[in-house]
Design a protein around this ligand. Structure first.
Ligand SMILES: CC(C)(COP(=O)(O)OP(=O)(O)OC[C@H]1O[C@@H](n2cnc3c(N)ncnc32)[C@H](O)[C@@H]1OP(=O)(O)O)[C@@H](O)C(=O)NCCC(=O)NCCS
Length: 223
């Protein structure tokens, strides 16, 4: 889903009431209103899904995080979810096995960053691309890599250059000497200016994404 460019302070204060006190504190530390709104919207999005699926009242939904910060719903070991946000997009993926998702806005970058975060294979693949393809490919790899570390739930505790992702004829593979790599990947097109990747233990990706409007979200959580 996409978030509005701007909302009134009164509506912002209303939205805050849907999320935990802890998260409210985090949100208030953000100086940029867009970042704050992303975090609130992502939280309400997953709350609306939990509310609909398990018929739990929003006020009784209490997410916890693992030691690396990955949120989960205690008591529902077969419910896995992950969220991501970048600029105007807020995305979420759910499954009955571990899952990770990453969305990134495509902006010009200094490719030196790839030397630091990408494996040799990834770096070589990146530089085998033409100048015009390179930026898009960088973001494809970046989102795939992030979706993997988010699915594995260990965040940056998995060094980004400790595994390699390759996209060959549209097939996405992962290889690592040090990590478990029994994960599957899929890229989705949501917006020409963004890249979106999902990584999951299950190889059961839907072909289509469900788009929700901002208003729909609140209708659903208040049902
Ligand atoms: C978790 C992490 C991967 C978040 O990545 P991000 O792209 O900054 O942020 P996203 O919007 O995709 O995801 C944020 C959400 O991930 C979830 N999350 C937090 N820790 C997580 C973890 N260990 N595993 C999975 N998900 C996690 C939270 O729900 C969080 O939402 P919130 O911020 O609204 O509470 C983080 O570890 C990170 O700092 N990444 C570093 C970025 C980097 O250097 N990338 C180089 C890639 S080549």
């Amino acid at each position: 889903m996409t978030i509005p460019d701007k909302i009134e302070q009164q509506q912002f204060d209303e939205l805050l009431k849907y999320i935990s006190v802890e998260k409210q504190k985090r949100v208030k530390q953000h100086k940029r209103p867009q970042n704050a709104l992303q975090i609130i919207t992502a939280d309400i999005l997953i709350r609306s899904i939990v509310h609909k699926k398990f018929k739990i009242k929003n006020s009784n939904i209490d997410f916890k995080t693992n030691e690396y910060g990955k949120p989960y719903l205690p008591g529902f070991s077969e419910f896995h979810f992950n969220i991501s946000h970048s600029r105007k997009w807020v995305v979420c993926a759910v499954d009955n096995m571990p899952i990770g998702i990453d969305v990134e806005f495509i902006r010009p970058i200094n490719f030196d960053i790839a030397r630091k975060f990408f494996s040799h294979t990834e770096y070589n693949d990146l530089f085998s691309k033409s100048d015009s393809e390179r930026l898009e490919y960088f973001y494809e790899l970046w989102t795939l890599k992030e979706s993997y570390i988010k699915a594995a739930g260990k965040g940056m505790a998995i060094p980004l250059n400790s595994f390699s992702i390759q996209i060959i004829n549209g097939k996405i593979t992962i290889e690592s000497q040090t990590q478990f790599t029994d994960y599957y990947f899929r890229k989705y097109d949501i917006d020409v200016n963004y890249k979106l990747a999902v990584c999951a233990k299950n190889n059961l990706f839907p072909d289509n994404i469900i788009h929700k409007s901002f208003d729909q979200l609140f209708e659903e959580i208040n049902k």
